[in-house]
Design a protein around this ligand. Sequence first.
Ligand code: PGA
Length: 253
Amino acid sequence: MTNKLKYFVGNWKMFGDFSSIKIINQINQFCSNFKKKGIKSKVIVCVPHTLIYPFVTKLKNKLVTIGAQNCHHHNGVGAFTGSINSSMIRKSGARYIILGHSENRSSGDTNKLINKKIDASLREKLNVIFCIGENLHHKREGKTFSVLRKQINSSIDKKFNLNRIIIAYEPIWSIGTGKVPKTNELIKIFKFIKDEYKRNFKLKRFPIVLYGGSVNDTNIQQFSLIPEIDGFLIGGASQSSKKFIDIIKNYYK
Ligand code: PGA
């Protein structure tokens, strides 16, 4: 079992209401037992904006950190009906934010817009979970590395506080499909992302890189054999406390 800090991040997407605090409480209880065993893991659940404040205020010992999913790119107030900015999110109590998710990219988020959102979020001292990933077409054409390189280099600025950015590699063809990359592919891609990022931004250490896409309590054991993976971004399976907890348990089995 590894002693390196590992991240387990839930992405609830458009799921949950006030009563869903019970899911968070169960995960929180599990984390407290886990902590006693000396296992180093960071558990974050990114919920819809409406649930951030009620969850943050109701959560007891706060072993689960609450995060958000997306924000508007504009930093201040403005005529953006239906939108919410990074400052509002921070003031609601979130500490993390998912940006660049493929579901948001497919509804208009460009690399440039994502760059502005990252900037706006870092200004509010939010930790950014920055999603990148190729689609099936890119993969078949052998363009995975060039797509990832472009996503990274056009959304991240050298002047950003890079300590606050976590990358989540999520191949689009894997999200919600039950399909996951092969172990040897993942090792190559994680090495590529880490090397590219470290070299490009002249970092002293490798960045934290998570894997996301159809993670479940069974395939997690295959992923646990890959030390380059620093944690997981878990969508569908994070909407059930049992499934989410089983993923963490099985990772350390
Ligand atoms: P999934 O979603 O685990 O349901 O595939 C992952 C994500 O969208 O972050």
